[in-house]
Design a protein around this ligand. Structure first.
Ligand SMILES: *Cc1c(COP(=O)(O)O)cnc(C)c1O
Length: 354
């Protein structure tokens, strides 16, 4: 079906909707899959077929919109008047936008001081009821679960089953765009919902004859928040990649299954590796993603050098969110001199080295 249709229309046969389900859409999905032109050479793997799925081009700037269109549509269908979420930022931006479109009230609990500026700006302007809490994401989610129960508000975090159902459509798009299945799919892991959703999507395609194989799923946590890798929750997760600053992932078991069933891995990367990958994407490919998104490229670099990923493989990296959401990080991780120059042609030439 033509890509201008809402995600739910395009993949209706694979989603839990009926002919009467209202569709709340902002033009989500159908994001570009771009072939890298420089990175693989830089990484010493000229035969690598590296593709980047630009999920930051969704309407609110992250993949969360794929799940949110379905979660909000189903909330409207069930007669809900309000929705609630805990968020490291992108879920709140997405929930606020789709809820506004549907005429629902949206409550968001945010970990105070750890939400990227652009995401907060979105939630404010979309008109969400924002409640920063003195605690981290995992604590906020616990409150949200209680509030949803006690106050009869629909929870739209990824524990809402429709979120992952909507998000699995990204796997369908990857196979359509590649006209085949990649050898590896690399993805950042926070709450571990997205890796679980992709795996559902790939398995469903294989089962229904839309594909004859599935990729190895490689998920990457930030080292300071690598609960799954360590095998235990982390009380105080820390990483510069705020979208994956999560110490007790909600989809933990499903993510482990995705990795083991696909003969893949959940691994971790350091903040330094994340920032290096974040810069490489911008400088070599012209792609400005969130630090969290760059965790998958950091993981690719690690596994190419370990030999776990072959240098001639077909690899898809999922770049989960748009770099514009996090305008502070480039300034923090670069040392550019932004001191102004006199408005004088000769001085300008000198500064520019001419
Ligand atoms: C939510 C988010 C993630 C993590 O996805 P999970 O489904 O929680 O694992 C990664 N990157 C960005 C930009 C996100 O918004």
């Amino acid at each position: 079906m033509h890509s201008q249709y809402p995600l739910i229309e395009r993949y209706r046969d694979f989603l839990p909707v009926s002919a009467t389900t209202p569709i709340i859409s902002l033009g989500e999905g159908n994001t570009p899959l771009i072939r890298a032109s420089n990175l693989h050479h830089f990484l010493g793997a000229p035969s690598l077929k590296l593709y980047l799925k630009l999920e930051g081009l969704n309407p609110t700037g992250s993949f969360k919109d794929r799940g949110m269109t379905l979660a909000i549509s189903k909330a409207v269908e069930s007669g809900a008047k309000a929705v609630i979420c805990a968020s490291t930022g992108n879920t709140s931006a997405s929930a606020a936008a789709f809820a506004t479109k549907a005429g629902l009230t949206c409550y968001v609990l945010l970990p105070h001081g750890h939400v990227a500026l652009g995401k907060l700006a979105q939630a404010i302007l979309y008109g969400a009821r924002i409640i920063p809490i003195k605690g981290n994401f995992d604590q906020a989610l616990e409150f949200v679960r209680n509030l949803a129960d006690q106050c009869h508000i629909t929870i739209v975090n990824s524990v809402n089953p429709y979120r992952l159902e909507g998000q699995k459509t990204a796997a369908f798009e990857v196979v359509e765009q590649l006209e085949g299945v990649p050898d590896y799919l690399l993805i950042p892991v926070g709450n571990a919902g997205n890796i679980s959703a992709y795996w559902r999507g790939f398995k469903l395609l294989r089962k229904t004859g839309g594909a004859n194989a599935t990729p190895h799923m490689f998920g990457f946590e930030a080292q300071g928040a690598a609960a799954i890798v360590r095998g235990q929750p982390i009380a105080n997760p820390e990483t510069i990649a705020t979208a994956i600053r999560i110490g007790n992932p909600a989809s933990w078991q499903e993510a482990i299954k995705a990795a083991s069933e696909s003969d893949g891995q959940i691994d971790s990367v350091t903040d330094d590796q994340i920032i290096e990958a974040y810069k490489l994407l911008a400088k070599l490919e012209g792609i400005f993603c969130e630090p969290s998104s760059a965790a998958c490229l950091a993981g690719l670099i690690k596994h190419l050098s370990m030999g776990t990923i072959a240098k001639d493989a077909t690899v898809v990296c999922v770049l989960t969110g748009n770099g514009l959401k996090d305008p502070d990080t480039p300034l923090k991780v670069s040392n550019v001199d932004l001191a102004p120059v006199e408005a004088d042609l000769q001085k300008l030439k000198t500064v520019m080295g001419f």
